[in-house]
Design a protein around this ligand. Structure first.
Ligand SMILES: Cc1cc2nc3c(=O)[nH]c(=O)nc-3n(C[C@H](O)[C@H](O)[C@H](O)COP(=O)(O)O)c2cc1C
Length: 342
């Protein structure tokens, strides 16, 4: 209700399980609605999308469910790429692009349509909004809360958690190094801490704020372990990648299920920011020479990744997945949600 404090809080969930926002395809209105309707909290991922597409997805999800769901946005940061680094990395990538007969993308910096997204979020007021990669201006948080939105910040360390609480967020999503996809650290040009999720939870639970645990959670036992260390809910991404309702690319689904990929690793080679995915040939080749530089590197590699996905070649696109990927199963989202129930 406009002008009120959030109606949602984590204890109102029938199941303390959140389907992680997954930008780049996996998150869909169908997936979010299926999870929310089944008693968890589904999430839309607005990253890489325009505000107009985000708005259409919010409306589509509302058509599918009357239950609460969340929307995640990336907070823009200044450019961090060093002079000359882009040109050098583009030279190193040229043979890979040539393999698929495509040109590399334009390595532009952008803000992911930030201002328009904030306007739409204020207008549409989804039950939950989470922020990743940094914190917005405190005025944005207050304005969302005045619209009844429950605001979550993604953090990877105690200093980030303290800063997030100082800006007035309602809850923290504590992301451990086991997590698939991008590390949510506020540091655009450096690694996120390697402290395991359980240790982060124990540390952050001292702050007394509602905590959401993310990273490597794919079973009910994982959920129970996180709740026992102070989390109020868990946020699982990789567990939902093979859901029927997810928009996960075919090449990604096949790679997840194949025995070829036996492990994951963290790389900045695809996007210019550290992210965990199945350890493939592109990562092996470019881990050493890739600079930090998000979103420029993301745009640079986009045509190559799209061509590899279209060709069904899993070695040249990002296959984001967490350390628990081998314990995931395919099926309807409510079934995956039920398997995470503590
Ligand atoms: C394919 C994929 C895409 C992701 N995209 C986002 C995103 O758009 N925003 C975000 O905050 N986190 C994103 N994440 C990270 C999740 O929010 C969460 O931290 C992570 O999935 C938890 O670890 P798990 O994958 O082991 O469950 C993504 C994760 C995956 C696997």
């Amino acid at each position: 209700m406009p002008g009120s404090r959030p109606l949602f809080n984590l204890s109102t969930l029938a199941l303390p399980v959140i389907q992680a926002p997954m930008a780049g395809g996996p998150s869909t209105p169908r997936l979010a609605a299926a999870v929310s309707s089944a008693g968890g909290l589904g999430f839309l991922a607005a990253g890489y999308k325009s505000a107009a597409v985000m708005q259409a997805e919010i409306e589509a999800t509302r058509e599918l469910t009357g239950a609460a769901f969340g929307v995640n946005v990336f907070v823009p940061q200044p450019s961090v790429i060093g002079p000359g680094d882009m040109e050098q990395y583009a030279l190193s990538l040229a043979p890979d692009a040539g393999r698929f007969g495509v040109e590399l993308g334009e390595p532009r910096h952008d803000d992911d349509d930030w201002d328009h997204k904030v306007d739409v979020l204020l207008q549409k007021a989804p039950a939950v909004v989470s922020f990743t990669f940094d914190l917005p201006d405190p005025a944005v948080i207050t304005a969302l809360q005045q619209r009844g939105v429950y605001v979550v910040a993604t953090v990877t360390s105690m200093p980030e958690a303290v800063r997030a609480l100082e800006t007035g967020v309602d809850a923290l999503c504590a992301q451990g190094p086991e997590a698939g996809g991008h590390r949510g650290t506020f540091h655009a040009a450096g690694p996120a801490p390697e402290v395991p999720l359980h240790a982060i939870l124990e540390e952050l639970s001292k702050l007394g704020a509602p905590l959401i645990a993310a990273g490597g959670i794919v079973t009910a036992e994982d959920t129970r372990a996180a709740l026992s260390r102070g989390a109020a809910a868990v946020q699982a991404g990789t567990a939902f990648l093979l859901a029927d309702e997810a928009g996960t690319k075919a090449a990604h689904r096949t790679a997840m299920a194949s025995r070829r990929f036996t492990g994951t690793a963290v790389t900045r080679a695809f996007s210019g920011r550290n992210a965990r995915g199945l350890h493939n040939e592109f990562m092996r080749r470019h881990d050493a020479d890739a600079p930090y530089g998000y979103p420029e590197i993301h745009h640079l590699t986009t045509p190559l990744r799209a061509a590899a996905a279209a060709a069904g070649d899993p070695d040249w696109l990002n296959l984001w997945a967490g350390t628990g990927f081998q314990r995931t199963t395919a099926g309807p989202a409510p079934q995956i949600l039920a398997a995470l129930k503590p």
